[in-house]
Write a protein that binds this ligand. Structure first.
Ligand code: GLP
Length: 239
């Protein structure tokens, strides 16, 4: 795995945008998995600017959300559907997101993952990392072969989304996620982490044992992962 430590969140966004734009230039019809969360927002701002200025042309890519909440409407503020609408303003061939109001979410997310596989899987998957070590919504306890599924969200993860749902009681209790197995099928993976509050989990994910309790540690088994960290998120690393 490659680890790049950059001075701050703005530098992480620019470096990630460089990698994504290079991947899209090499394969204009690439399948991209893109995350939600606060961490990638500067990246999306950078990509919006570069696409508007003609420095990057993602207009032929297919973008896939990697997770979504259950039991919400597509119009509910705080859903990933709304997040992508708000932050991804560059033109793409299509942007797919699981339907948060699917009546059979388990079937729905399995069909969603199957459609990605039939389309050749993800060429490039960008991930954030939750404070529980989750990637997409694969919470602690997620095995290496965990499939796309409905998962109960931890209190920590629900708390992290409280503000965007108008309080913790508004945050859905469950999410739908691509599984660890689906994410590891991506050809290339980029993980973004910024801020000192991620330092301990970054160390566990990169240097700790590979185990279900730290879902991001499964990334150690992938042949092409680049970690893009700011100095604060990297401060606990010893390697
Ligand atoms: C959410 C998403 C993840 C994301 C994580 C980190 O729960 N499901 O895909 O990586 O939170 O979010 P943040 O970047 O805000 O720390």
């Amino acid at each position: 795995m490659a680890i790049r430590v950059l001075p701050d969140a703005a530098a992480v966004a620019k470096y990630a945008a460089d990698l994504i734009c290079a991947a899209v230039a090499a394969k204009p019809r690439a399948n991209l998995g893109l995350p939600t969360g606060g961490t990638p927002i500067p990246l999306y701002e950078e990509l919006n600017l570069r696409a508007a200025g003609g420095a990057c042309d993602p207009s032929a890519v297919l973008v896939y959300a990697i997770d979504e909440f259950c039991d919400a409407r597509r119009t509910t503020p705080g859903t990933n559907t709304q997040f992508y609408r708000e932050h991804i303003r560059f033109r793409t061939r299509a942007l797919y997101c699981p339907n948060p109001s699917a009546t059979e979410p388990d079937l729905h997310i399995r069909a969603y993952a199957e459609a990605i596989r039939r389309g050749g899987s993800l060429d490039l998957c960008v991930l954030g990392i939750g404070q529980t070590g989750h990637i997409a919504f694969n919470e602690p306890g997620s095995a290496r072969d965990s499939p796309a599924r409905v998962i109960e969200l931890t209190a920590t993860s629900r708390q992290a989304h409280a503000a965007s749902f108008g309080g913790i009681e508004g945050v859905p209790t469950h999410g739908m996620t691509l599984g660890i197995a689906d994410l590891l099928e991506s050809t290339t993976i980029i993980v973004l982490a910024t801020g000192g509050h991620k330092a301990d989990i970054i160390r566990s994910a990169i240097e700790g044992p590979i185990r279900p309790e730290t879902p991001a540690s499964w990334l150690q088994e992938h042949p092409s992962v680049t970690w893009l960290l700011d100095a604060a998120a990297a401060q606990a690393l010893t390697i």
